[in-house]
Design a protein around this ligand. Structure first.
Ligand SMILES: O=C(O)CCC(=O)C(=O)O
Ligand SMILES: [Fe+2]
Length: 327
């Protein structure tokens, strides 16, 4: 071959392709492009996570709007994760003990925290965990997510907590597939239908206290299903929840997390959890944020001690309207 050797031509071609990609990226958004290249070259197309301290609110809103969920990496400080794990270790005797609903009348009480289960396989819920100590109070308005919850519920509605719990789930445990954009439940809104403003009726924040990987019974969801006008095929005959584990259902994605990550998703999305096949237990906390007009799920009355220890913002979330009675 005469003239320029082939290896040089290949090199020039490769350089020109890279130039185009880089120029395109710079034109779109310098910051975002660079960050994506640096963070995880392989998943730019399907990225559904950001670092919890991400400042690009537009990007965060876009992902939440598009998918109905977003994963915040490194949302909870390691010392707070350690404090929560210590609490679980200290109360381990209750994990396989009495649980409200499964044992009908009442769970075991650890101060004002009650053990509970939705249906048995989902494990042990330490309900009303905000009464469990300082670290759980701190989570009420944890900086990594409270701003997003306020914005998406819409400041007009204020924020309250519908339910708060710490879940421990062993081998064989799971949550059945449930929810979806087609359900006629008033708290499963996403936007104001006439104006398009944010008006999310419930945002679940699930945070892993230990890593949750394959076989650990991860939370699963169908991305975008909060916008679907059709029920998931598995739920077409049902109102809310099927007893089939959500992990192996059509369209489901497993959300793996490292300890301290937080998954934020609208409760309107079709979701649940995969069955746990590994030994050991999954430990997560779950706080559900809703507009202030919604009552709390189980109506645990905040103790005097809890109220005294809350800052003003936390108090307004836990008790938006103080009880009123005749003097
Ligand atoms: O346990 C899970 O991973 C899912 C919990 C769930 O269904 C919910 O947050 O509404
Ligand atoms: Fe759920």
């Amino acid at each position: 071959m005469h003239g320029i050797p082939r290896v040089m031509i290949n090199g020039i071609l490769a350089l020109s392709v890279w130039n185009r990609i880089i120029v395109y990226g710079l034109n779109q958004n310098t910051d975002l492009f660079t960050r994506l290249l640096i963070d995880r070259k392989d998943t730019v197309m399907s990225q559904d996570w950001v670092q919890a301290d991400e400042q690009d609110e537009y990007l965060i809103d876009y992902l939440f709007d598009l998918n109905g969920y977003i994963l915040l990496k490194n949302a909870i400080a390691p010392e707070d994760i350690a404090a929560m794990n210590q609490w679980v270790d200290g109360n381990w005797e209750h994990v396989d003990g009495k649980r409200r609903d499964y044992d009908k009348d009442s769970g075991a009480w650890i101060g004002n925290v009650e053990t509970h289960t939705y249906s048995g396989p989902d494990g042990c819920n330490f309900q009303n965990i905000i009464e469990g100590g300082p670290v759980f109070r701190k989570l009420i308005n944890y900086p990594a997510w409270i701003g997003h919850c306020r914005r998406w519920i819409n400041p007009t509605n204020g924020v309250s907590i519908h339910e708060n719990l710490l879940n421990v789930r062993g081998k064989g445990g799971y949550i059945g597939i449930h929810g979806g954009g087609a359900l006629p439940l008033c708290y499963l809104t996403f936007r104001q239908v006439n104006t398009g403003e944010w008006m999310v009726g419930q945002i679940n924040v699930i945070s892993a206290l230990t890593d949750v990987g394959p076989g650990d019974g991860a939370t699963t969801l169908v991305p975008g299903s909060h916008k679907s006008a059709m029920r998931h095929p598995k739920l077409s005959e049902q109102v809310y929840r099927s007893d089939d584990p959500a992990g192996n259902q059509f369209g489901m994605k497993e959300l793996h997390m490292e300890a301290g990550d937080a998954l934020l998703f609208t409760d309107a999305i079709t979701h649940g959890s995969a069955g746990r096949t590994n030994e050991g237990h999954r430990r997560v906390i779950l706080y559900r944020y809703s507009p202030q007009f919604l009552r709390s799920r189980f109506h645990y009355v905040p103790s005097k001690d809890l109220l005294e220890h809350l800052d003003d913002e936390q108090r307004s979330i836990i008790q938006p309207i103080p009880p009123r009675s005749a003097p």
